[in-house]
Write a protein that binds this ligand. Structure first.
Ligand code: CAA
Length: 258
């Protein structure tokens, strides 16, 4: 498979998908999102890849769904084809760890796909927003739900109803991003963290991701039970034995991802 609208690289257990439509500030057209979905399907099946980075350019992570593509859509076009579910859903359903490295604009669908990732590391020039209201629509790839869970009702209402942008400092203060770094350190920082995650046992990172995500879907007691069962199941893995043995023997663990 060749890719025209994304750059797709793999190195040392880490894959990077870079959105690459600079003239349109990485607006999420269907063709680009189809490529993202295709790359993620390939990475899900590639056992050598343990962590993925989704990123854009210095100026734009993504400035939203492609307004020029959407402008003429009818209700039936987007209801029957449901491109958001088909393509953006591939990020939501991806089972391995995925980090969003965000610099520049992350607006509308851009903010929404960043929030689908497991965590966001932002450059100090990042700007987040859900400006759909200014186009007389609202977020349509989960923004009203994920932003509200991330930053609370008051700030989510403020963002969705005024369409204003939030800078990186405010995004970190509000819990939308896990940390902010200078723009020229963004890619190195995220690659370093991705390699750290990739050095862990893959099934254990996948189960940890699934369990943290369960916090949004269940009651506290159901979530704790789910966590306990998966924690117990980890004692069936060779990697649990190796991880604890290596600690006691004061050496680095050699995980087999089994
Ligand atoms: N869709 C299509 N094209 C876009 C785009 C988008 N979301 N965002 C930017 N572009 C295009 C512009 O049309 C322009 O193309 P031309 O050179 O052919 O005119 C090019 O990218 C550069 O953009 P600007 O000239 O506007 O750049 P700027 O630096 O002056 O402004 C910006 C940057 C503030 C991000 C501005 O481009 C902007 O407001 N973009 C739209 C943001 C937006 O409304 N996003 C929400 C989209 S709807 C959505 O995402 C729905 C959903 O929930 C799924």
């Amino acid at each position: 498979m060749t890719y025209d609208m994304i750059e797709f690289t793999k190195d040392d257990g880490v894959a990077k998908i870079r959105l690459n439509r600079p003239k349109a500030l990485n607006a999420l057209c269907n063709d680009m999102m189809r490529e993202v979905a295709q790359a993620l399907a390939e990475l899900e099946a590639d056992s050598s890849i343990h962590c993925v980075i989704l990123t854009g350019s210095d100026k734009a992570f993504a400035a939203g769904a492609d307004i020029k593509e959407m402008q003429e859509n009818t209700y039936l076009d987007i209801y029957q084809d449901d491109p958001f579910e088909k393509y953006a859903g591939s990020i939501e359903r991806f089972r391995k760890p995925i980090i969003a490295a965000v610099s520049g604009y992350a607006l509308g669908g851009g903010c929404e796909i960043a929030m689908m990732c497991d965590f966001i590391i932002a450059a100090d020039n990042a700007k987040f927003g859900q400006p759909e209201i200014t186009l007389a629509v609202m977020p349509g790839i989960g923004g009203t739900q994920r932003l509200t869970r991330a930053v609370g009702k008051s700030k989510a209402m403020d963002m969705c109803l005024t369409g204003r942008m939030m800078d990186a400092e405010e995004a970190e203060r509000s819990g939308l991003v896990s940390r902010v770094v200078p723009l020229d350190e963004l890619q190195d920082t995220v690659e370093k963290e991705a390699r750290k995650i990739a050095s862990m046992s893959l099934p254990i990172t996948m189960m940890t991701k699934e369990t943290v995500n369960a916090a949004f879907e269940t009651t506290l007691q159901q979530g704790i039970k789910f966590e306990r069962r998966l924690f117990q199941s980890m004692f069936t893995t060779e990697d649990q034995t190796e991880g604890m043995t290596a600690f006691i023997e004061k050496r680095k663990p050699h995980f087999k991802n089994k």
